[in-house]
Design a protein around this ligand. Structure first.
Ligand code: SAH
Length: 396
């Protein structure tokens, strides 16, 4: 029996770790976490190709630049903010989190105390009454810009001017505040309607020397330090010479596309989320990248359209959500025949499934691709989530 297991049973370094369930490895020494992840990746992916040692963090705490808290009213306690207990709608009060940006946590505490003094009612999920539902804070790691999103159950926020000025007095580092209205009985945090009540309505961050605009609903990696390492690895794997036509599929706000653009002939990004595509287009302008185009579409359908149009594509980056890619997408890859595919994955299980499809010699495409190298990057210390970057090359 390992010491940490004993320790975990009695005292954990986080008092809510058991109920929260977000940090499976909170009491596991960091080196050991890395070993576990390495073994897991090897177990799932070794059969496809060489697995390099996982790239860990020097300082693995407080890396999350996106912090979410749900608000609730509890008898005897008053207004609380925290997280849902795993698989329930019961809110566990949280004062601070070892993974989250500390400034973001402080801002959430301030929103809570202001909500008390302004007598703002929290939203009741059962009745649908009340105002304050969630608070989302996003911090630009390199720029220090901070966005606060107040998710409200109704668009009517009577004391909003005073609330904003009090919150900004307490935290002058806040650069923008957005109201997001979510009046549906849903487990989704953000609703559709947004109103900017302070600042520009978005923040910027700098990654790999480029500036990125991030809107409230756009996806942005939560760990900026490791994201830079991941993208550098991805671009290195792509082996660009300056002439290639590159597709960045599932591109979010265009981070990989714009990081690679300087070393490519042209880049084409495709992404489903409208706001993210809009951010990507702005990001190309802001960084004076002229050889990048972005399209709002399902990545699979878009790739099929490229294949049908017999477009020439040399390199494909693909960074799908946890569910992985689709056969439609990969069948299009077999038609487009890029010489290299760089697959970035946040779920090694769906990655293994997709690598099987891409490399299977028994299929019609006769294993068109071969895995050259696999590099795990620890984007989510203290949790069991794993990020992996894979280079595939086309068999001659
Ligand atoms: N490469 C980006 C985003 C990766 S996250 C980055 O590193 O920041 C995965 C992205 O895929 C999200 O932005 C999500 O909105 C998008 N997405 C999800 N399903 C999609 C689909 N079917 N087609 C295109 N994009 C999709």
């Amino acid at each position: 029996m390992k010491d940490y297991k004993k320790q975990n049973r009695k005292t954990s370094r986080c008092e809510v770790s058991k109920k929260c369930g977000g940090c499976q490895y909170i009491d596991v020494p960091y080196e050991e976490q890395l070993t576990k992840k390495q073994r897991r990746v090897e177990g799932l992916l070794k059969g496809f190709g060489k697995v390099k040692p996982i790239i860990g963090m020097e300082q693995p705490l407080h890396y999350r630049n996106k912090v979410h808290a749900v608000f609730d009213f509890q008898k005897g306690r008053g207004i609380v903010s925290g997280i849902y207990q795993e698989k329930t709608h019961h809110v566990i009060p949280v004062e601070g989190c070892l993974l989250e940006d500390e400034k973001a946590d402080q801002i959430i505490q301030s929103v809570r105390s202001l909500a008390k003094s302004f007598k703002i009612k929290t939203y009741d999920e059962d009745t649908g009454y009340g105002l304050l539902r969630h608070v989302l804070v996003r911090v630009g790691h390199a720029t220090g810009q901070i966005m606060v999103v107040l998710v409200l159950g109704s668009p009517v926020f009577p004391s909003k001017k005073n609330f904003v000025s009090e919150l900004c007095k307490l935290h002058p580092e806040i650069t923008t505040i957005v109201i997001n209205v979510n009046n549906r009985r849903t487990s989704m945090v953000l609703g559709d309607k947004e109103q900017v009540i302070y600042g520009k309505g978005y923040i910027e961050d700098v990654l790999c020397g480029r500036t990125f605009k991030i809107s409230p609903k756009s996806f942005y990696q939560v760990n900026a330090v490791q994201t830079e390492i991941l993208y550098q690895k991805a671009v290195e794997y792509a082996g660009l010479t300056g002439k290639e036509t590159v597709v960045d599929a599932y591109c979010g706000i265009g981070t990989i596309a714009l990081t690679a653009a300087g070393q490519a002939g042209k880049v084409i990004g495709v992404e489903l989320n409208r706001d993210a595509v809009r951010d990507a287009v702005t990001n190309a302008k802001v960084n004076q990248v002229k050889n990048a185009d972005f399209y709002q579409n399902d990545a699979g359908r878009f790739m099929r359209q490229l294949a049908e149009a017999e477009e020439k594509v040399d390199i494909v980056f693909m960074d799908p959500p946890r569910s992985g890619s689709t056969e439609e997408f990969m069948d299009a890859l077999f038609c487009l025949r890029p010489s290299r595919v760089v697959y970035i994955s946040c779920n090694p299980e769906t990655l293994a499934r997709d690598l099987q499809y891409l490399t299977d010699k028994k299929r019609e495409n006769k294993g068109l691709y071969r895995v050259e190298e696999i590099t795990p990057v620890d984007m989510f210390p203290f949790t069991d989530n794993i990020e992996v970057c894979v280079l595939l090359s086309r068999r001659k």
